[in-house]
Design a protein around this ligand. Sequence first.
Ligand SMILES: [Zn+2]
Length: 280
Amino acid sequence: MNERQRTIVALNAHPDDEALLSGGTLAGLASRGHRVVLVTATDGDAGWAPAELMESGRLGQVRLAELPRSAAALGAADVIPLLYADSGHLGEVPPDPPGRRRFVRVPVAEVAERVAEIVRRERADVLLGYDRNGGYGHRDHVHVHHIARAVAAATDVQLLEATAPRERILRVLRWVSRVRTLPNDFAIEEWTQAFSPTQEITHRIDVRAQLPAKRAAMLAHASQADGSFPRTLGFILGLPRPLYRLAFGTEHFLDPTCSPRSGRERRHRDMLDGVQGTDG
Ligand SMILES: [Zn+2]
């Protein structure tokens, strides 16, 4: 069966986000010959890393250098960093570094114009953003949500939002917390409003076949993958394989133009199902 080649633009907040929520789906699409373009808003310079790297002031540079390796692992055709500074997850937004702005200080319309230009140039069929909670709620992720919505309103691209089923995440987190020490920056209560209720999810994609690529993409973010201190990506990579498979073998997206599903409605199993002009 000949599939028409599609272009997917995935807008992410930080280097490593492309691997976490949608890496398997993107790798699967790329392996079928579709064009995957990663647009990464920030350099991740306010993320966590080993102390000496954080103190060096070079974290952003290091993380931007890791990004193309992750993109290669996923088979992405291009990576476009927008080069804003990471706004950080908690507390006050740090001061702007010289010559640049923290991402949340940049108006939605301004970033949306840049992303819309990429979407038009690429003639993208699908734009990938985040759900309205910005997944677990990082302010840069919430900003990406609003920007992707604005781009979808200004262009004819079909928007899908990466998410995860909230109820299931809470079950897994509670279970994991009984057998493992969770990272410092991890509070289960924060997750009760995170991501999306299961019934809003329109796409449920089996990515077990893409797990080696997804894991390789995660590992490419070496500054984040160090398991010697409690950090999210390192923690995830340290999970026992069967649990990793269970937690990351399925990816979820929602089409914001659909109302919440009724119980019987089938979910799409491919990101391109239901995309305009898709044959069959
Ligand atoms: Zn992020």
